[in-house]
Design a protein around this ligand. Structure first.
Ligand code: NAP
Ligand code: GDD
Length: 375
């Protein structure tokens, strides 16, 4: 039975990767941090399974800023594979806490690599959660493993350090360490402050009459959005490749934030039109088709039926999207679109879920949650 350590197990990717590795027969050791409230929501379904907890899934307290803790865990577990997914992963927040972001995202990676040397784990394989944010102010379109980097945030700069320290330790100490340069990937488990989930959640709350407007920042940014579980399978494939190399994982298709908004509202039966420009731009309700809303709900569920009866509060002409400049970033990444051909050729990896399906599955999940539970 192979043993894997996953840092960031409580995050979006950590939770999917855990499911994938458990299915493949791994013993999984997840590192969780101390929190004043429960932070295991995304893995509770595994945690609650008596056949899994402390049989094939083990949780350990730890933190990427605590070196001795990392050393101890490596000594004790002696893993075959390490997936370093833990990070302060929010780009906008990294402008507010740049020092902490560097401590975790840059030096945290170094601490782990050094712990591997210290403990003398010769054959361990290390996956680093690198990111398309490295490309920042893009130097070519689309971006591949060969595209020069130009990060545009403290997050991007910290991850750039993480990228190069992986390359350096691979070359200097022959550690099997790889960067997965992953473009944005989303899911119903995506953190609520990232733009896609913020949109699908707010649109559902607006449809349920629980929220009037959704405030957003830059609507024109373009991202290459894929479906997270497929990217987590890609992480595993990267470590199974015969040689330690870096890989871009992406769909090869980019869409604007505005398109994401339009499609989300369309899914729930609200057609939007845009009025005004820049900070005065608004998304206004043009047409409503409640039959589409109904299709997304299980109206046999009493709570959903109850909320649906009160939900028809939106009217034509309502401004449901407004701009709040607080969500603008001091330096923005305008366009990310990846070229995943290396991963396709060498790993047989390909993103399968199309943009419209990604939006649909995220909206459906949030509609169900909001209409049945109210949050
Ligand atoms: P996420 O949902 O924000 O999860 C981040 C995880 O890191 C959480 O489990 C968090 O714990 C943990 N964490 C944060 N600070 C830590 C620390 N100091 N010590 C230990 N654990 C810490 O992120 P994600 O979307 O799953 O992304 C996973 C990784 O891929 C991140 O490194 C991210 O930067 C990178 N990435 C993500 C994308 C994407 O589109 N999702 C794309 C490229 C790269 P809590 O639950 O306690 O907060
Ligand atoms: N979060 C957020 N909130 N973003 C907004 C908003 C808003 O209200 N309004 C517009 N945006 C724009 C941002 O300015 C950005 O251009 C785009 O939406 C995407 O923002 P996020 O969803 O926060 O993701 P990100 O692209 O900055 O970063 C994510 O992807 C990276 C990979 O490229 C994160 O998951 C990073 O951890 C990851 O490395």
């Amino acid at each position: 039975m192979k043993k894997a350590i996953i840092t960031g197990i409580t995050g979006q990717d950590g939770s999917y990767l855990t499911e994938i590795l458990l299915k493949k027969g791994y013993e999984v050791h997840g590192i969780i941090r101390k929190s004043s409230s429960f932070n295991t929501g995304r893995i509770d379904h595994l945690y609650a399974d008596k056949d899994i907890l402390n049989k094939t899934l083990f949780l350990h307290y730890g933190d990427l800023v605590d070196t001795s803790n990392l050393n101890r865990l490596l000594e004790r577990i002696e893993p075959d594979e390490i997936y370093n997914l833990a990070a302060q992963s929010h780009v906008k927040v990294s402008f507010e806490i740049p020092d902490y972001t560097a401590q975790v995202d840059a030096l945290g990676t170094l601490r782990f690599l050094d712990a591997i040397r210290e403990v003398g784990l010769k054959r361990v394989k290390f996956y680093q959660a690198s990111t398309s944010e490295l490309f920042g102010k893009v130097q070519e379109v689309p971006q591949s493993e060969k595209t020069p980097f130009y990060p545009r945030s403290p997050y991007g700069v910290a991850k750039l350090y993480g990228y190069w320290i992986i390359v350096n330790y691979r070359e200097a100490y022959d550690i099997f360490a790889c960067n997965g340069i992953l473009f944005n990937h989303e899911s119903p488990r995506r953190g609520e402050t990232f733009v896609t989930r913020k949109i699908t959640r707010a649109a559902s709350a607006i449809a349920a009459g629980l929220q009037k407007t959704l405030s957003l920042g830059n609507l024109d940014a373009k991202r290459d959005w894929g479906f997270a579980p497929e990217y987590c399978e890609g992480m595993w494939k990267i470590l199974q490749h015969k040689k330690a190399e870096d890989f871009v994982l992406a769909t090869g298709e980019a869409h604007t934030v505005k398109e994401f908004v339009e499609l989300t509202f369309n899914e729930i039966g609200i057609e939007l039109e845009w009025k005004g420009k820049a900070e005065s731009e608004k998304g206004v309700v043009k047409k409503i088709d409640y039959s589409k809303t109904e299709k997304l709900l299980d109206l046999n569920n009493k709570s959903a039926q109850y909320r649906y009866n009160f939900s028809k509060a939106i009217k034509k002409g309502d401004a449901v999207i407004v701009i709040d400049p607080n969500y603008y970033r001091p330096t923005e990444v305008d366009l990310l679109i990846g070229d995943p051909s290396k991963a396709n050729k060498l790993l047989g990896w390909k993103a399968k879920t199309k943009f419209s399906n990604l939006v649909r599955l995220m909206v459906k999940s949030d509609m169900e949650k909001i209409f049945t539970r109210g949050y």
